[in-house]
Design a protein around this ligand. Structure first.
Ligand code: 6CS
Length: 339
């Protein structure tokens, strides 16, 4: 089925539901639709349900949450949001890179701090995150409501590796943004962009030899079963973004705009509590349930060999994202300095 047919089919399914909702709700109560990229109980799902809780506790509106796969892959739910079929979407910059090249900034390795306290402070206070990014998303018809961290990126591999040389000839799955491919090329590996739905099978059949993700996702998706060597490289954090279709948002009353902003802030605070300690508890679950798993934390010296390849990725980022990318990078660095 081509993209247009898929969109039409989803529209049919959803407008059927909306018509029903119109008969059952009062004149001022809307039924909003929100899709994200993860499964029940994962970080994006917790965020979505906290957002829903706030909206429903503080208004007559209701919110229906769609999880990964219910309406397609990450690119599908973004398309549906831009088309106005969905009201809200959570899409990670890992997939937004083609639409907003500047969003790839999160894939410059070793740019972000690695300790949780600094990461949280950065997301709360950064001008780049809270003022510059909303403008970039707005140019694509999207009202950016929140960017938030999910967890530190960890590489999983078919064997233990501690140097870029040991990554040679390893096909590593990356999310579908060109800069992340540059990062893994710089790290010595062969990057292989794939949508999420294909990753477990590709690892299982050895089409790819590794991938990267936060520990909670490696645990919940059971990726350690097919890629058991976990390597903490300290090169970045998985960041995600929650947004609304801008025409929908602009059409809301000022009261509803405030409600939506407050719901996004409420879910953000809740998610920071949720991710605190999540990596440790997920890692424990992994090591308790598999004897095949190895855990390697690179030493500072080993990290240095990866880190020294970061400037070439930064240059690629500027090539891809142009002057506005350059300005964003400068602001990012300033914000980090201000930490
Ligand atoms: O690797 C991925 O594609 C997925 N990783 C996470 C943590 N969330 C959603 C995304 O699709």
């Amino acid at each position: 089925m081509n993209k247009q047919h898929r969109l039409k089919r989803t529209l049919k399914q959803l407008t059927g539901l909306s018509a029903l909702a119109l008969f059952t709700c009062s004149a001022y109560a809307d039924n909003w639709r929100y899709a994200h990229e993860e499964y029940a109980g994962d970080v994006q799902d917790v965020y979505a349900y906290k957002f829903k809780e706030y909206i429903e506790d503080n208004s007559d509106h209701t919110l229906k949450v769609y999880r990964f796969g219910e309406l397609g892959e990450s690119d599908d739910i973004m398309e549906q949001t831009q088309a106005g079929i969905l009201n809200f979407v959570n899409q990670s910059p890992g997939f937004t890179g083609a639409l907003i090249p500047e969003a790839q900034i999160f894939f410059i390795p070793y740019l972000m701090p690695t300790d949780m306290k600094s990461v949280v402070k950065f997301f709360r206070e950064s001008k780049a995150i809270n003022e510059d990014f909303p403008k970039l998303y707005s140019e694509k018809g999207l009202e950016l409501l929140k960017m938030y961290p999910e967890g530190e990126m960890v590489v999983t591999l078919d064997e233990v590796a501690t140097t870029p040389k040991e990554l040679n000839n390893k096909k590593i799955r990356v999310m579908t943004n060109p800069l992340l491919s540059e990062t893994y090329s710089a790290f010595g590996a062969t990057p292989t962009p794939l949508p999420w739905g294909e990753v477990y099978g590709a690892l299982q059949t050895n089409m790819i030899q590794g991938h990267e993700n936060p520990i909670f996702w490696i645990e919940s998706g059971k990726l350690y079963e097919v890629s058991p060597n976990l390597i903490f490289t300290g090169h970045g954090w998985f960041t995600t973004a929650m947004m609304a279709n801008q025409d929908f948002y602009n059409g809301l009353s000022s009261e509803d705009k405030t409600l939506v902003q407050e719901a996004a802030d409420y879910a953000f605070e809740e998610i920071l509590g949720h991710i605190d300690g999540l990596a440790d508890s997920s890692l424990k679950k992994i090591t308790d349930s598999s004897s095949k798993v190895t855990v390697t934390r690179l030493t500072d010296e080993q990290i240095e060999a990866f880190k020294e390849r970061s400037p070439q990725v930064e240059e690629k980022f500027i090539d891809m994202a142009g002057d506005s990318g350059k300005a964003l990078l400068e602001q990012f660095k300033q914000d980090l300095k201000d930490l």
